[in-house]
Write a protein that binds this ligand. Structure first.
Ligand SMILES: *[C@@H]1O[C@H](CO)[C@@H](O)[C@H](O)[C@H]1NC(C)=O
Ligand SMILES: *[C@@H]1O[C@H](CO)[C@@H](O)[C@H](O)[C@H]1NC(C)=O
Ligand SMILES: *[C@H]1O[C@H](CO)[C@@H](O)[C@H](O)[C@H]1NC(C)=O
Ligand SMILES: [Zn+2]
Length: 770
């Protein structure tokens, strides 16, 4: 797809990078609850768009609320006054705006500039020094691995360090049964500080033991003026100064030598290692961007954060164990990582986890610290696998492939007074800033109108949930102004040390849905609604004990169809859905079958990983996680989208399935036979060679753009790997005759039914008079 096509089909490619479940809003709380799907908006606050202007002067704020002058503010040019569209305060323009008039507008008042950037660095003299500041990368490497794995990890690290900008500060911690903090500034011979793995260390103990205690002096010095005290320079050095030392150190580094008795797991103290890393970073000035990049090769078995005993006959916890609440270690470990998250967020630092192992390493427990700090996470089978290697390379890439990693972000939201904010799902932490816009009910990170994002990047998305406060439509300002407003203020530091503020102001119409639903219906965004339901379901599965996801989704889908469908009561054959809703039931069908709801097919680590990305990615990407895309390639016709159904399999077609975490190329039987006979190598079979090549090329385009890199599976019909495709297809041919109703009237079907049967039951239940 060309970028102009993208702009037409993908609303997120709009300058504001905002999508809402509803684009016309019901006026009352009562009416909005009848809409079934919650009022929510997703925002990708760093999404680039070429037409967003950068304004070289400071933003103009309202006198009484935090909102900023925007295209929807009313302006009186004669009196040089603007009226805030949030709190209706009248504000005088300052002197330097005195030249403005209807034809000579400042950029922030242009109608098309609903999103603008302010470069704040140059207006704040205090920022000048830190504008040259650079980022700290603290690498934390697990050494409890077989030699081959450690070698893969070491070479990935060496390559990464070679890619760092010269002024980037680097530190190195390795761990196994104990933690070693390496003093890179001591070049005569390698010098390490050892921490025992069996017991937690406080941040002050870490600093004390490394000789960085408060008594060590807080004077600024040396090349790292963003870190405190001369002491810390022993551990964090500019990449240009320590690359050689680190190279040698990695060459000498051996797998953990602590003895492991037969039948036991290695003693691995991941929790203490991350604690020590966080403690070391505490020595940096607050506001310095710093990330802990942890490479972990197995489960934590020693000290805080333990997820399994060292006895190998004890399996690592499964979803079944979690449901039975039979995992005392889980709660303790999660609590430990919650505390670590709090510490990292208060320091403004990020935790990235690269987990590569055949077994689980504890991503489910670490999830809270990764998500709250806005860290990156990649899960793979081996440090030698392309999923790890290709992803890791991109973390430090500053070229075209850059992830656009930024730091010290905050998001602040202000909205019209009838709107209340329930909370945010996504990679952020509540800043607990209370205000009149805070709702009583909380979803995700709530009880606030401001959130912190220690790390954020081009793909970071947040989902904001809203509520309507007024129950009486007569009393509200909505009768005066038919428009509602929401302003999103995102401030952050870019990798080059600039401080930016991005201001996005959006407006939507209030509609009186008691008079008719036409406008509401037209404003429904099915794809966004599906993703928001997936995010909400995942959150409820984590937070609410005994939550029945399938039943909850069915109940909501039936209610939605009852409200917005066209039908005669008790006549399922009369049921019709407006095109604005027609894709939604199929999304729900696929969501019920997806890894987000059917968690028992995966490990808790995998589920945590899928959810971290579901919550962080754009709507378009998240939709592919729920409902994969399928393309069919054949002779004599261009590639075409195919139904996500076993009927799409054909012996003379090739299928390309994109389910986000994996990309599958599936050869029909005949195609596979011809390929095995080598037809593609003959001059006379060029068309066949091209047919084989086309899905390969398309798969590589997908893999190249995506972070984390997806797993590529190339398989043949009837081959063992074909299950990667089959698991995602509607089983139309296998379950056609399963014609019985499930118990209860609010569940469409409990088992894996075909889409057709699902629809039949949905229609029947939706038209039932209650
Ligand atoms: C608006 O300001 C511009 C520039 O100062 C000036 O040239 C123009 O005549 C003004 N227009 C009106 C309607 O006052
Ligand atoms: C929200 O804040 C209030 C008042 O500070 C507090 O009582 C309440 O427990 C908080 N709710 C949540 C879910 O954090
Ligand atoms: C945002 O705007 C409202 C008006 O709706 C104003 O009263 C309020 O103080 C502002 N919110 C915050 C968080 O400051
Ligand atoms: Zn205001």
């Amino acid at each position: 797809m060309s970028s102009t096509e993208m702009a037409l089909t993908d609303p997120e490619a709009h300058v504001d990078a905002i999508r809402m479940t509803w684009n016309a809003w019901p006026r009352t709380k009562m009416e909005s609850s009848k809409c079934v799907i919650p009022l929510a908006a997703t925002i990708a606050p760093l999404r680039h768009h070429p037409t967003i202007p950068t304004i070289p002067y400071a933003p103009l704020r309202c006198r009484t609320c935090p909102s900023i002058l925007n295209p929807f503010s009313r302006v009186d040019f004669n009196a040089l006054i603007w009226i805030c569209n949030f709190c209706f305060q009248r504000n005088h323009f300052p002197q330097h705006y005195s030249g403005i008039n209807e034809t000579n507008l400042p950029a922030e008042l242009y109608q098309q500039y609903t999103t603008v950037n302010y470069d704040i660095t140059s207006h704040n003299p205090q920022n000048h020094e830190s504008a040259t500041a650079t980022c700290v990368y603290l690498f934390v490497l697990d050494t409890c691995m077989i030699e081959e794995e450690l070698d893969y990890a070491k070479s990935a690290l060496k390559r990464a360090i070679g890619m760092l900008p010269e002024c980037a500060m680097v530190g190195f911690v390795s761990f196994g049964t104990q933690v070693q903090v390496h003093e890179l500034g001591f070049t005569e011979m390698s010098k390490v500080y050892v921490f025992r793995g069996g017991k937690d260390v406080s941040k002050d103990q870490v600093l004390e033991q490394l000789g960085l205690g408060v008594s060590g002096g807080m004077k600024r010095s040396g090349p790292g003026q963003n870190v405190v005290g001369s002491g810390i320079n022993r551990f964090l050095l500019p990449a240009s100064e320590c690359e050689c030392t680190l190279d040698m150190l990695l060459d000498e580094l051996r797998t953990d030598q602590w003895p492991v008795s037969p039948g036991n797991r290695a003693l691995r103290c991941t929790g203490v290692a991350l604690s020590v890393a966080a403690g070391l970073l505490k020595g940096c000035l607050a506001g310095t961007c710093a990330r802990i990049i942890a490479l972990v090769g197995g489960p934590c078995t020693e000290g805080p954060g333990v997820i399994v005993s060292k006895d190998q006959s004890d399996p690592v916890r499964s979803h079944k164990d979690l449901v039975k609440d039979a995992v005392p270690l889980f709660k303790k470990a999660v609590h430990f990582y919650q505390e670590l998250a709090t510490q990292l967020v208060s320091q403004g630092h990020i935790l990235d986890v690269f987990a590569s192992a055949l077994d689980q390493v504890g991503v489910a427990e670490m999830k809270v610290a990764i998500e709250k700090t806005g860290g990156l996470v990649v899960l793979s089978e081996s440090f030698g696998h392309s999923v790890f290697k290709d992803s890791f390379k991109r973390v430090l890439d500053s070229g075209e492939q850059s992830l656009g990693l930024c730091y010290s972000g905050t998001l602040e939201i202000n909205c019209s007074k009838e709107i209340k904010i329930q909370g945010v799902i996504g990679p952020c932490t509540s800043l607990e800033k209370k205000g009149p816009s805070v709702a009583n009910t909380v979803i995700g990170q709530g009880n606030t109108t401001a959130w912190k994002m220690c790390g954020l990047d081009k793909s970071t998305s947040l989902t904001v949930f809203f509520d309507i406060s007024s129950s009486d439509k007569a009393d509200s300002a909505m009768n005066v102004n038919p428009q509602l407003y929401i302003q999103f203020l995102t401030s952050y530091r870019s990798p080059d040390g600039q401080t930016r503020l991005r201001v996005t102001t959006v407006t939507r119409r209030w509609v009186d849905s008691t008079l008719g639903t036409e406008e509401l219906v037209q404003g429904f965004d099915q794809e966004t609604a599906s993703v928001v339901m997936a995010r909400l379901t995942s959150l409820k599965m984590e937070q609410e004990e005994g939550f029945d996801a399938t039943r909850w989704l069915d109940r909501n889908l039936i209610r939605l169809c009852s409200k917005f469908g066209d039908y005669r009561k008790d006549d399922p054959t009369s049921f019709m859905l407006n095109p604005c809703f027609s894709l939604f039931p199929q999304f729900m069908f696929n969501l019920r079958r997806s890894q987000f709801v059917q968690v028992f097919n995966n490990s808790p680590d995998e589920t945590a990983y899928f959810r971290l990305l579901l919550n962080k990615e754009s709507i378009t990407n998240a939709a592919v996680m729920i409902q994969p895309s399928l393309i069919s390639y054949s002779f004599n016709s261009p590639p075409v989208p195919a139904l996500l159904d076993v009927q799409s399999i054909s012996s003379d077609h090739i299928l390309l399935l994109d389910s986000y975490f994996s990309v599958v190329i599936f050869h029909g039987m005949t195609i596979a036979q011809w390929r095995n006979l080598g037809y593609q190598n003959g001059q006379e079979h060029q068309a066949f060679a091209q047919l084989l090549q086309a899905p390969q090329d398309d798969a590589h385009v997908i893999i190249h753009e995506r972070f984390p890199a997806p797993r590529l599976v190339v398989c043949d019909q009837h081959g063992s790997q074909a299950r990667f495709l089959l698991a995602k297809l509607n089983p139309s041919a296998t379950y056609n005759n399963a014609h019985e109703m499930a118990a209860g009237t609010d569940v469409i079907f409990t088992d894996d039914v075909s889409l057709q049967i699902f629809f039949e039951h949905l229609q029947k239940l939706a038209v039932q008079s209650s």
